[in-house]
Design a binder for this molecule. Structure first.
Ligand SMILES: Nc1ncnc2c1ncn2[C@@H]1O[C@H](COP(=O)(O)OP(=O)(O)OP(=O)(O)O)[C@@H](O)[C@H]1O
Ligand SMILES: [Mg+2]
Length: 252
């Protein structure tokens, strides 16, 4: 198994609060690793540190053996890592397709030179649109491609966020609560889509999620945080029965 992502001894404080205290975590290629823990245990902060949104006070983050600690988010994104947010942040007035198109890595709109070279612009747009429709199909969103984002259900919004993240050709996705607030049937469907993305595109996942009842059937590995420290890790069944985890949730 290849280690795709490695966080080693990450600490991050906000004033007096130790949000992360010497946290280490490894994500292996083409697996679904879930990061669990009570509210405020540091899960989102760890995602922010890995993706370059927060600089850690100490510790290192590496991607396929390369030290990327402190890199800016856009540089990390270019490496093939992408994220979604706890609260979906779509362009609400744009359609589903447009939301994916504007997220394309080589969106011609980014480059003035490309935009005046009409032929290359048209070709890039065609390529981006083809890629977007391919992803919409895998995500089961092809029927709502022309719906305005604001009109979608909560679950569909989560799926569009995942589609947007994948427009960068990301091979590693960090998802912050991909099924929170989504009904159980759709939540199972979303996890099913993640498995398809892993199997069809070889995507590796680090997923923050509270809904273990739903996630359990799909995940390969669990990392559990409490008060900014890893308190348990391993295969789902063994972590779920770990007294430290039960205490962290009940005690919290
Ligand atoms: N930018 C910030 N400034 C100050 N404090 C912060 C900041 N971001 C997070 N914190 C604090 O750090 C701690 C960890 O927060 P974090 O958002 O990582 O928790 P979480 O595990 O994602 O929780 P939840 O399950 O509620 O999303 C919390 O006490 C939070 O209030
Ligand atoms: Mg969070």
């Amino acid at each position: 198994m290849t280690d795709v992502l490695k966080a080693e001894n990450i600490s991050k404080s906000f004033g007096m609060l130790n949000a992360l205290d010497e946290v280490s975590l490894t994500v292996q290629e083409k697996t679904l690793t879930i990061l669990i823990g009570p509210n405020g245990s540091g899960k989102t902060t760890l995602i922010n540190v890995i993706m370059g949104y927060h600089k850690p006070d100490s510790g290192t983050v590496s991607y396929r053996g390369k030290d990327i600690t402190g890199w800016k988010p856009h540089k990390i994104y270019r490496l093939g890592l992408a994220r979604t947010f706890q609260i979906p942040s779509l362009f609400w007035k744009l359609t589903v397709l447009e939301n994916l198109q504007v997220a394309g890595k080589d969106n011609p709109g980014e480059s003035f030179l490309k935009s005046i070279l009409q032929r290359s612009w048209a070709k890039a747009e065609e390529e981006t649109t083809r890629k977007a429709f391919g992803l919409l199909e895998i995500l089961g969103l092809e029927k709502v491609w022309d719906s305005q984002a604001s009109k979608l259900s909560g679950g569909q919004m989560k799926l569009v966020e995942i589609g947007r993240a994948l427009m960068s050709d990301a091979t590693v996705l960090l998802l912050d609560e991909p099924v929170s607030g989504v009904n159980p049937t759709l939540a199972h469907e979303i996890f099913g889509k993640l498995i398809s993305l892993r199997d069809k595109l070889g995507v590796t996942f680090l997923i923050v999620e509270h809904r273990l009842d739903i996630a359990l059937a799909y995940i390969d590995y669990v990392e559990a945080l409490a008060y900014g420290k890893v308190i348990a890790r391993g295969l789902p069944d063994s972590v779920m029965s770990d007294p430290k985890l039960i205490e962290a949730y009940l005690g919290g």
